[in-house]
Design a protein around this ligand. Sequence first.
Ligand code: PLP
Length: 354
Amino acid sequence: MKHLIREVFQEEGYVFATGAADIAREAGHTRPARLASNENPFPPSPKAIRAATDALQNANRYPDETNGEFIAALKKRHGDYRFVASVGMDGIIDTVIRTLISDGDRVAVATPTYSYYGLAVRAQGGVTVSVPRKEDFSVDPDVFCRDAKGTKLAFLCTPNNPTGTTETIETIAHICENYEGILFLDCAYIEFDGTDYRPLMKRFDNLIIGRTMSKAYSLAGLRVGYAFVPEWYELFYHRAATPFTLNMVSQAAAAAALRDTVHVKTIVSVVQEWRKRFIDECPYPVVPSGANFVMVDVTPRTAGDVVTELAQKGVIVRSCASFPGLPNHYIRVSIGEPWENEAFIAAISEIYRI
Ligand SMILES: *Cc1c(COP(=O)(O)O)cnc(C)c1O
């Protein structure tokens, strides 16, 4: 029966990095440092946990289809913008693509970057156009607008996964002004950086800013993402979305987490301190990062070799070799718990000396 499956799903899907964890286990590390997935190592806000537990009592009912509590918390946090919410930012990305892309439509992607955009575009019958970043991994807005010409939608990630690089507000404004399609700005890691693109929503009607509760807010397991959308677009988004998006437990937790501003501030400052230590103490060059991870240039070694050697020492990081457009000598290291970060610095320093 497999021949009935659409061609696009005959090829490989999203690649989860599991190889390094196996190597660490075989080397006898029962509790390795897990620095490969950009997760937040700190537990969610206690207020979020309490709200989720309370919400469970009502789980016999369908959730509020307007996501009212979460949207209200977003307006309180960010101001009077238009918001949509979904099952992770990945859910938002899917729905946005559904509203715009038919068979053969072209979508621009600033590369190297997060792989899910391409998978989601192809699933909808679209075709991706790679717009290469500069040598320092920043985006040249003129090149971007030239290469993205004729596309309906473009994805730009800032701070970018896996490079960690952040675009200036001027770059984004320049693109919004000169690009004729819709720009999806993926800000999954923006809380760790602090650049504020939100006011651009008031100036441009072709900008969507995607955000997630998975990273700075420690709720990856509950799958909550949201986006700032232009007012004219909101109606079409809802037409393309599934009728019920957020479940009531996730929504209650996300709303409570957003209201607990102290908790997220503390996490962000701990991450920023460690990011600085990674840059100062890692013997290999580290690309400047605005995220909760750093990308390290391990030349003259290869990414695969270093990932294996670190795994043997009980530290799991991600090779960037699977990101199209990146040479084979970068690894991505998430900022984890203090003991995990210490383990990484010690292990990479040993590898460097050999
Ligand atoms: C983690 C991540 C997301 C998706 O996060 P969700 O868990 O689906 O909300 C989106 N974009 C980038 C760049 C990410 O790294």
